[in-house]
Design a protein around this ligand. Sequence first.
Ligand code: G4P
Length: 530
Amino acid sequence: MSTIAEEIGKRRTFAIISHPDAGKTTLTEKLLLFGGAIQTAGAVKSNKIKNTAASDFMEIEKQRGISVATSVMNFKYRDVLINLLDTPGHKDFAEDTYRTLTAVDSVILVVDCVKGVEEQTEKLMEVCRMRDTPVIVFINKMDREGQNQFDLLDELEAKLNIRVRPLSWPISIGATFKGVYNIFDGSLNLFSANKTKIEEDILSIKSLNDPMLEEIVGKKDAEQLRQDIELIEGVYDPFDNVRFREGHIAPVFFGSAINNFGVRELLDTFIRLAPAPRSREADTRIVSPDEAKFSGFVFKIHANIDPRHRDRIAFLRVCSGKFERNKFFHHVRLNKDYKFSSPATFMAQEKNIIEEAWPGDVIGLYDTGNFKIGDTLTEGESFQFRGIPSFSPEIFKEVINADPLKSKQLDKGVKQLTEEGVAQLFIQHNGNRKIIGTVGELQFEVIQYRLKHEYGASCNFQHLNVYKACWVTYDDKEEFEKFSRFRGHQLAVDKDGNYVFLAETSWMLNTIIQDFPKLQFHFNSEFKTA
Ligand code: G4P
């Protein structure tokens, strides 16, 4: 029997993030191919939604069979068990991605060498920076005429607020791309445009002064490579594993996912550098993965798209101890114990019932409505994991019931869909107007569609002029009451009963912050950042 330390040591749990089209799906697929988890290309369905229409989204969901199939992919590479968590590609589903990022120990960021750092990448990286998640950068599409590599590195540092350190370096780019030099072990990996070949042509050279280099890549590129490496060694800090694990420095690799190029190198380095499951902060203490007792938290809830089956799947990340099938665990928020008879892992189209799971693993638990995002399960102790905050949505709309005979169904549907994390629900303070906040328009269509098809309820949305939702806390009750009298119509309550101020403009928010110095305003639900 293996020990808990051994189980932890061989696990790596991570996500791939990118701006849409940079190559996340392609890289995911190649990693699965290299890991032997799939045999042919094309097995991973892209979760890209080309047209922003709810019907397309629902169609894609159906095609993917309840779509959990690709939510968590686990495979073995060498001796390491890898859990790869999928993140939605569409920007309107960014919130789902933010939550998934709370459940990983590291991240591979894919950047398109032609486009550089794009908007979505910046936002996702901000979330990684909040938790100091270690990041490995993969610069993709080197077979295209991309930007100058040094400029790309500068852009990464400037826009992502992280130091970078190339661990491989490209030899030319685009049509004349020849391969990469592995700075780490001094080998040359030669490029050939081949979408099916898995093996790479690795050549060892004694040093950069080896005359073989000229023979292999030509005089001009050999000279350029020597100059570039000299510059890199002079300008960039040496790679430091501790700083990487603290999220301060990101190693950078170059390659071309579609051509299987640089992927094995990335994977080999990934299993060496990326951290195994680590300690996690709960509200009462730090929980270490090697504690004997089980704990974990729910970071994603997936509804069954088939309306005949109302069950949902709650995705739980194991944080400590050992999860066991059919054993009672404590649901801290509800103060109740539950056991799970068919906890599952998912791979491609397969679902497997598991008997046990260890820190770093992500399991799917069938749920009939007991879970909300952020819920903690333990072996009895009462604590809640932190680090699963809600952020302010960007679009706010009031729910208007369009079928008064179905108001119960509407209430239930809105409650369940928002518990799943499709959107955030705010209920007006001293009233019952329901306000839904999202990061994209698409969610409103999805909500409308699902309310109709799954709950038989109809609603319309009325746009609200809200700039930001700010969580409000106070020590001085009188001050809060004064604020509530003055701004009650803009005050709402979130899913956990916290007060939220819905500010119309940034100017108004600043004025209110100045006018009520004894209140605290926070930009996410964990009240860490003021
Ligand atoms: P995403 O999940 O990040 O949104 O990106 P995805 O992998 O779907 O890749 C986006 C496009 O970029 C795809 O082309 C894909 O084939 C292409 N691509 C991925 N890696 C490379 C690479 O290394 N070099 C080049 N030149 N292209 C690459 P598409 O035309 O949008 O889709 P498809 O018809 O090829 O599937």
